[in-house]
Design a protein around this ligand. Structure first.
Ligand code: NI
Length: 136
């Protein structure tokens, strides 16, 4: 069941918001506001240390001394949080590793930060999500 409520915004902020809606191709303001509210609530769930699911991506040069071993060792230390790992050989030197994780937000974040901090990891990212229970 949908409920309506109204929002008051300064003209300038509304114009910026409408630009955001166009760029992100939302069909209308309500859909954009709903999405932003859900994002904020999911963010809050993470902060509250609820269960999350996520994807860690890493790009690294596998020639870098001991890098591969350190990444594997760390993944074994967090085996309870790791659902699967996919390794892609991007070119002669570079590897992409995509790690699907689930667990407490604090654990998933720690694993991600420790992997990305390993010397030789060129690029890393964590995207977290939750089932969004009670967010619809
Ligand atoms: Ni590789």
């Amino acid at each position: 069941m949908l409920k309506r409520f109204s929002i008051s915004l300064k003209k300038n902020l509304l114009a910026n918001f409408d630009g955001f809606i166009r760029r992100c191709r939302y069909s209308n303001r309500s859909e954009a506001v709903r999405d932003l509210i859900r994002k904020a609530l999911v963010q809050h769930e993470w902060e509250a240390d609820k269960n999350v699911i996520g994807v860690i991506t890493l790009v690294y040069d596998h020639h870098y001394h001991q890098l591969q071993e350190m990444i594997t060792q760390l993944q074994h230390d967090f085996h309870k949080q790791i659902t699967s790992t996919t390794h892609v050989h991007m070119d002669h030197d570079n590897c992409l590793e995509v790690i699907i994780v689930r667990g407490k937000a604090v654990e998933v974040r720690e694993l991600s930060e420790r992997l990305i901090a390993i010397k030789g990891v060129k690029n890393g990212n964590l995207a977290m999500s939750s089932t969004g229970k009670n967010l619809h």
